[in-house]
Design a protein around this ligand. Structure first.
Ligand SMILES: C[S@@+](CC[C@H](N)C(=O)[O-])C[C@H]1O[C@@H](n2cnc3c(N)ncnc32)[C@H](O)[C@@H]1O
Ligand code: SF4
Length: 401
């Protein structure tokens, strides 16, 4: 039995349309998304509706603010095997709507990635992966990826200038990345597949003035989406705000004390472990991508199915620990839940070229308005003003949230 209800879920700012979802899966999604936190037993009334799975933790580049690039990973370097991926999907496919198939490492290094995507697609699960664009000239492999039913492909290219590109993508070649990007677009057209191609730029001190050129380039080259992500200026225990964050405060992830690079502390709750989790290439289950060495590991899917791990006392205890923020573990202390944000999310610019330009422009105006309301902390004030008019309150909620 399938629900007639169409809905979308958002991941990396990309909206994934959910159509003809089996009723059980839809019910799980509603139960988990709208759950009231059980702060007595720390149980969740269902299973994760989305998962992040790391196809590999190996990489060909050495990006200076990525724990993989900085060699901070103390886990064994390995690809996840297709047979292990299948076991995870078989265990969870009644609940999972989407799999984010990347974390610390370059997914295109795993020769079994196309099989993994295909297996998930055949079970009605949407998939998104991200690549540093260095393996996009292998026509056979890329065609397999595109034909596997992949929903969205994020391609990380941060600049069109060689010297600036190489400041972040250390060991990379801009020429190779650009040729690869063009090759994917050509193959996508030839194969007539629907994979959304999202060119993604990571904004930093060196490339922030290039955003307009990147938008123009993206439109001309034929990608479906162009987006700009703000940089996480922490890597492991070190902070790099001073060296890397953009000069323009709009492109920064955090707010800073006046005329300093000192972030403003602000503890907010983390809701991730209430609806999702991440699985490392070695099978370890962790709460999120910040935990790149598995310090908060709460199980291993090669030893026990995720469905059992999710409903175990270890998981309830970790949920409680994160909720109470009793122990100040170094991972949560460094993550975005601990600082005042300068934006509504990590994606700070987003252009969808598959929709008419006028709608893109209207969306942009809405986004700027939202950012203004957020930055000026006007949200409570507006809600107060419209409180008397039920319908207006609902509209304001819809627009701002
Ligand atoms: C860790 S990478 C793994 C996938 C692939 N290797 C790539 O670079 O696209 C996943 C995403 O994180 C982004 N990224 C890298 N360093 C980052 C940082 N310091 N802050 C925020 N995002 C970062 C990458 O640009 C990419 O979009
Ligand atoms: S290419 Fe991706 S995984 Fe590799 S070092 Fe850079 S950001 Fe990290």
């Amino acid at each position: 039995m399938k629900t007639k209800q169409k809905f979308t879920i958002e991941c990396e700012a990309i909206k994934f349309d959910m159509i003809n979802v089996p009723y059980k899966k839809y019910h799980n999604f509603l139960q988990v998304k709208h759950q009231k936190w059980d702060i007595k037993n720390f149980k969740v009334p269902g299973f994760p509706f989305y998962l992040q799975i790391e196809p590999t933790n190996m990489c060909n580049l050495s990006c200076p603010l990525c724990p993989r690039g900085m060699e901070l990973l103390n886990r064994k370097q390995m690809h996840m095997r297709y047979k292990d991926f299948k076991i995870i999907v078989d265990d969870m496919d009644e609940y999972i709507l989407l799999i984010k198939l990347f974390d610390k490492g370059e997914p295109f290094l795993n020769p079994e990635l196309p099989d993994m995507i295909q297996y998930a697609s055949e079970r009605g699960i949407k998939t998104v992966t991200s690549t540093n664009a260095h393996f996009l000239l292998n026509n056979k492999y890329v065609s397999r990826i595109l034909k596997s039913g992949l929903s969205a492909l994020i391609i990380s290219i941060d600049s069109l200038k060689k010297d600036i590109y190489e400041k972040y993508r250390i060991g990379g070649s801009l020429d190779k990345a650009l040729l690869g990007l063009k090759n994917v677009i050509r193959l996508k057209r030839e194969l007539k597949v629907n994979t959304l191609i999202n060119l993604r730029m990571l904004a930093n001190r060196y490339n922030e003035t290039e955003i307009k050129d990147m938008i123009k380039f993206s439109r001309s080259v034929g990608v479906d989406i162009f987006s700009v992500k703000n940089l996480n200026p922490s890597c492991g225990l070190s902070d790099f705000d001073k060296e890397f964050i953009p000069n323009n405060p709009i492109y920064r992830r955090y707010k800073y004390k006046k005329n300093t690079f000192e972030r403003i502390q602000e503890n907010s709750y983390c809701d991730k472990i209430w609806y999702t989790c991440e699985i490392h290439s070695n099978g370890d289950v962790v709460p999120c991508c910040e935990d790149y060495n598995g310090e908060l590991k709460f199980g291993n899917v090669y030893e026990k199915p995720l469905s059992e791990i999710w409903n175990s006392q270890t998981t309830y205890d970790l949920r409680k620990r994160l909720f109470l923020r009793k122990d100040s573990n170094s991972i949560c202390k460094k993550c975005y839940t601990s600082f005042k944000h300068s934006n509504l999310g990590s994606i700070i610019e987003y252009y969808d070229f598959t929709i008419p330009e006028i709608i893109t422009n209207l969306k942009k105006i809405l986004f700027i308005t939202k950012r203004f309301i957020y930055n000026m902390q006007l949200y409570p004030l507006i809600l107060e003003k419209v409180k008397k008019f039920n319908f207006l309150e609902e509209i304001v909620h819809k627009i701002i949230k």
